[in-house]
Design a protein around this ligand. Structure first.
Ligand code: PLP
Length: 427
């Protein structure tokens, strides 16, 4: 008898909200196969983690080779060739002067690390984050997360000294604003924070996603991002880019910040870095890192040699398969397919994004957000063997988190399933 999730549910904390009860046996590329042998098209990829798809052969091989030699010895105690080489490779590809890395295991941990580094370097207590943001689930990361009150509920008081400004996306700004109006509105909002709530010389960092992920796959106007950079420079505030979801090629450039030609002072990386293995990193300049003295931060597992081996294989494959070119090409293809979907189904009220970081949004005929319609469509997609992912502060968005070496055939297959699912439901 194949395993059933329901037989094991009682052993698992209900805190982890499960989207499906599928029990997966194996994965390959864009597909997952459950214990009953059913195949599912996976447009989630471990929540934007598997840049090269499930079980990419080069990643698998690199992991196997490293496992045969050493699984761990703690990067606190000794050094590993894979981890040392990865630090060097990251320095080569990171923007500007960023070239000094602290390795950890997951995104939230990297968020906490970046916040600690910013406080340590500046000696200032406060942080500004954005509404609509998601930075993770530790207490520190939750404190700078503003995409849903439910993430913060029951945990107050969170880390003090955090203030929120408005991100220039349509769900958070007045209706009908143009991108220019949103830019002005949000810059004014930030200035008002400085004028009335927190003096800029008490602010260690502004933390922002260069493309908002969980908040709805919103690309902010270039002028906004550049102006935030300028304000940080003016006041000696560090700019932290959370590249955990938007980085590593997803937007068609290696780092999402490169879309605006803006270099942060600190960057967090996670998700795609190690081909599905748990790894994250805080990357900054040598000058800033020099103020993070030995022992001020740490962790048992960070810099694991197996994860680093996988990460090196990912970077090799990025070059070998020219992943960025594929993201740009397939991103354009996906964008045109989503426009077709929007034209065919009135409930699809928006299609947006950049590269392979794209989302559609569902609304009722009166223009109000329709998480209910999206919920039905999502369920029907699952019945039609496709796994999908939510986004947006109103819970009415679907984000496309395909692997970055996805082909147009796979994109078409997914969009066809969506189209069919909406049709079957009468939308
Ligand atoms: C932008 C961003 N930052 C941080 C995180 C937290 O990462 P993790 O779930 O690995 O802790 C996420 C997770 O979705 C994210 O999208």
């Amino acid at each position: 008898m194949p395993m059933k999730y329901e037989d094991y549910e009682r052993y698992l904390s209900p805190a982890l909200a499960k989207t499906t009860d599928l029990v997966i046996d194996h994965g390959e590329g864009s597909y997952l196969y459950d214990v009953n042998g059913e195949r599912y098209l996976d447009f989630v990829q471990g929540i934007a983690v598997n840049a090269l798809g499930h079980c990419a052969p080069a990643v698998r091989q690199a992991i196997k080779d490293q496992v045969d030699k050493l699984i761990n010895g703690s990067f606190n105690m000794v050094n590993f060739p894979t981890t040392l080489t990865l630090a060097q490779r990251l320095a080569e590809i990171a923007p500007g002067e960023l070239g000094c890395t602290f390795f950890s295991n997951g995104g939230a941990e990297a968020t906490d690390g970046a916040l600690k580094l910013a406080r340590a370097y500046t000696g200032r207590p406060c942080v500004i984050a954005f509404r609509g943001s998601f930075h993770g689930r530790t207490l520190g990361a939750t404190a700078v997360t503003g995409s849903a009150a439910k993430y913060r509920h029951s945990y107050q008081p969170l880390v003090p000294g955090v203030y929120f400004a408005t991100y220039p996306q349509k769900d958070l700004c007045p209706d009908g604003y143009t991108p220019e109006q949103r830019t002005r509105f949000c810059l004014d909002d930030l200035q008002q924070l400085f004028d009335y709530i927190v003096s800029p010389d008490e602010v260690a960092a502004i933390i922002m996603e260069p493309v908002q992920g969980e908040g709805g796959y919103f690309v902010p106007p270039t002028e906004f991002v550049r102006e935030v950079r300028r304000m940080c420079d003016e006041h000696g505030i560090l700019l932290i880019f959370d590249e955990i979801q938007s980085g590593y090629g997803r937007t068609g450039k290696m780092w999402a910040g490169q879309n605006y030609d803006v270099v942060p002072d600190i960057m967090t990386v996670g998700k795609a870095i190690a081909g599905g293995m748990p790894m994250s990193a805080v990357i900054s300049t040598e000058k800033i890192m020099a103020q993070w003295h030995p022992g001020m931060h740490g962790g048992t597992f960070g810099g694991n040699p197996v994860c680093a081996a996988a990460a090196l294989a990912v970077l090799d494959e990025f070059d070998r398969q020219d992943i960025l070119a594929n993201v740009n090409e397939q991103g354009d293809h996906l964008a045109s397919k989503l426009e077709e979907l929007r034209a065919a189904h009135p409930c699809v009220s928006d299609a947006r994004g950049i590269g392979l970081m794209r989302a559609i949004e569902f609304s009722h005929t009166d223009g109000t957000p329709a998480p209910d319609i999206w919920g039905e469509v999502k369920q029907r997609c699952l019945e039609n063997h496709m796994i999908t992912l939510n986004c947006g502060v109103h819970g009415n968005g679907m984000r496309f988190a395909t692997c970055l070496n996805v082909t147009s055939d796979v994109i078409d297959e997914g969009v066809d399933i969506l189209d069919r699912s909406m049709g079957e439901l009468g939308y």
